[in-house]
Design a protein around this ligand. Structure first.
Ligand SMILES: NC(=O)c1ccc[n+]([C@@H]2O[C@H](COP(=O)([O-])OP(=O)(O)OC[C@H]3O[C@@H](n4cnc5c(N)ncnc54)[C@H](O)[C@@H]3O)[C@@H](O)[C@H]2O)c1
Length: 304
């Protein structure tokens, strides 16, 4: 057993078991990345999978490569009526809906609150938060009928500092609260829900944000060990799948984020103070702002 197997929160939480064999699972954002890896893992464990993605062709290619007991749906999670129709289509096709994984998500363009395009704020909240609501809400009657499970994909961003990308952090902490509320509400009627948190996962999202962008690389370089440890999309998917199998209230991967998650109240008081005083962070923030509004920082703007 390696350090990666020591899932403290998983160990502390309940031991219910839930077998997805013969069940129907709806996954949003299933055309690539974590959602696609999860579709493969759950299909291999015997579930029928509805793969929903705004990129219909990627959802279709993914579903076709899985083969039987799959369906592909091209849908934008921000379209509330279309998401309700998606749930109806899944139930018509498979006769039931047992598990929903609200996974679709996007990142904003790097920006401070000062220089950000307000439309980017709305876009990220619309997909990452309202999109999760739009996914889960029409499914709940079916989930409860099946005594099933809901997973909402949050992030370690729910408790990490948000500078330079705050719409993402704001959306993910809101998703965390959505999942916590759902957990308790569903427990009253025989179903369950959990929140999935990830640190850094090797997907297109990470490559676009941290690897292919010079400022992203500078931000990534500030992450200390073990928070800079990366996991594959497959490993992230297995964490969600194993969480479903034990109706976990939360899953966190990689494991290095668990102590931070548990101690966040204390850690963040100290961390926010340090980051607000850190010259490297000041320089990075000014670089992010200058990229959007060149020459924003005249000498008079930087007072300390
Ligand atoms: N990659 C990471 O390091 C990381 C870390 C923590 C949490 N997460 C979360 O995991 C989830 C999956 O991320 P990923 O890394 O696989 O990203 P990704 O960009 O590889 O895949 C996201 C998928 O969501 C789809 N999508 C985007 N907008 C959509 C919309 N409006 N409607 C329907 N589908 C839409 C995309 O087409 C894509 O297929 C996201 O919620 C993300 O915030 C990722």
């Amino acid at each position: 057993m390696g350090i990666g197997d020591l899932h403290l929160l998983g160990w502390l939480t309940n031991r219910d078991t839930y077998d997805v064999r013969g069940k129907t699972v709806l996954i949003t954002g299933a055309g690539q990345g974590i959602g696609w890896e999860l579709a493969k893992v759950l299909h291999a464990r015997g579930a029928s999978i509805a793969l929903a993605d705004i990129d219909e062709s990627s959802a279709r290619t993914a579903a076709e490569s899985l083969g039987v007991a799959t369906m592909a749906i091209g849908v934008d999670v921000t379209d509330r009526e279309a998401m309700a129709r998606t749930v109806t289509r899944v139930v018509e096709r498979f006769g039931r809906l047992d598990v929903v994984v609200a996974n679709a998500g996007v990142v904003p363009k790097p920006a401070t609150l000062r220089v950000m395009d307000a439309r980017d704020f709305d876009r990220v909240i619309g997909i990452n938060l309202t999109g999760v609501f739009n996914t889960v809400h029409p499914a709940l009657d079916h989930i409860i009928q099946a005594k099933g499970h809901v997973v909402v994909v949050s992030s370690a961003a729910a408790f990490a500092p948000g500078m330079g990308g705050s719409p993402y952090m704001i959306s993910k902490v809101a998703v965390e609260q959505l999942g916590r509320a759902l957990r308790i509400e569903l427990a009253a009627v025989g179903a369950s829900a959990g929140v999935a948190y990830f640190g850094v996962v090797e997907t297109a999202m990470t490559h676009d944000t941290l690897d292919d962008d010079e400022l992203g690389r500078r931000l990534g370089a500030m992450l200390p060990w073990p928070l800079n440890v990366r996991i594959t999309g497959r490993a992230a998917a297995e964490t969600i799948a194993d969480g479903i199998a034990r109706r976990a209230p939360r899953t966190i991967a990689p494991v290095g984020w668990e102590p931070y998650s548990l101690l966040r109240g204390v850690v963040n008081v100290v961390l926010d103070g340090r980051l607000a005083r850190d010259a490297r962070v000041h320089a990075l923030i000014r670089a992010v702002e200058e990229r959007i509004r060149p020459n924003l920082h005249s000498a008079s703007d930087i007072t300390r």
